[in-house]
Design a protein around this ligand. Sequence first.
Ligand code: NAP
Length: 294
Amino acid sequence: MTVSAPDGPLTTRILLLGGTDQARRLAAALTEGAGHEVLYSLAGRVREPRVPPSCRVRVGGFGGPDGLAALLRAERIDTLIDATHPFAARMSASAATAAAATGRPLLVLRRPGWRERPGDRWLRVPSLAAAVDLLDRFVPDRSVPDRSGAESVAGADAPRVFLTTGRGELALFARLDRPWFLIRCVEPPDPALPPRRVVLLDRGPFDIDAERALLRQHAIDVVVTKDSGGSMTAAKLTAARELGLPVVMVDRPPLPAGVHVVDSVEAALHWLADRPTGRGQPRRAPTAPGTDAG
Ligand code: NAP
């Protein structure tokens, strides 16, 4: 449904599936800059989430595509925007199904993945399970600079791993009893964890100096990360490159077929502005606040 605001410009009722920095910035631009109504939805994974101030916020699953379709109808939502984390594959699939079932336009906002640069030593794997298999047989290279002290703290072939894949599926790593893990996540993880580990609770953005110091302090041999993209957690990749450390990079899951995808807040605003208003006129795109920070 597209409605006319009292002072003229048309507003759209948008359900924005959030959980990323981009989602928050898009929500702010849509409500403050363009005067749309945004219902901002979070999975509820984080106890104190950062939420955009100008939106209604709802928290928790919808109960699958049928539940989401019901909410789209009940809230008389015009447009669905999926700005979830690049690894939130179930939510993205559900959004595509519900949008098709209800005839709502769907836009996916997905930040670009990270790109390998000269000096990087990335080992790409298709899934977290593949990362576990790789670590199971991983032998650290202690000949690179800064690695001289690592053997004494880990043993000759026991890798010291910096694991930054989030707390969601850490149980997959629980069977690995040879590597030592520094596990960093935002919220305390569930108890199924690898036996040799330290858990570090912290939340980005992270800077390069601190990441380099952390890798050195814990004599890390290998970094494991999902290809989340964005700048908030990219400093570990620069620090690993500088220290000559390999990075196990977990590829993103594919998006549902046929969805329209943009990679920046600016592009999302233009997509919305270019959609017909019902009066035959496209809306004018507002300016996105800040840069595309990830
Ligand atoms: P998911 O596996 O795609 O989602 C699982 C279920 O959670 C969905 O089916 C949906 O439940 C609910 N859900 C997810 N996002 C939602 C949202 N924005 N609003 C309402 N409900 C939502 O995604 P995930 O469990 O959130 O995370 C999957 C991966 O993404 C993990 O690897 C995690 O580390 C990463 N990640 C997620 C977030 C986040 O904020 N979600 C942030 C950082 C990283 P129903 O089926 O009941 O609708």
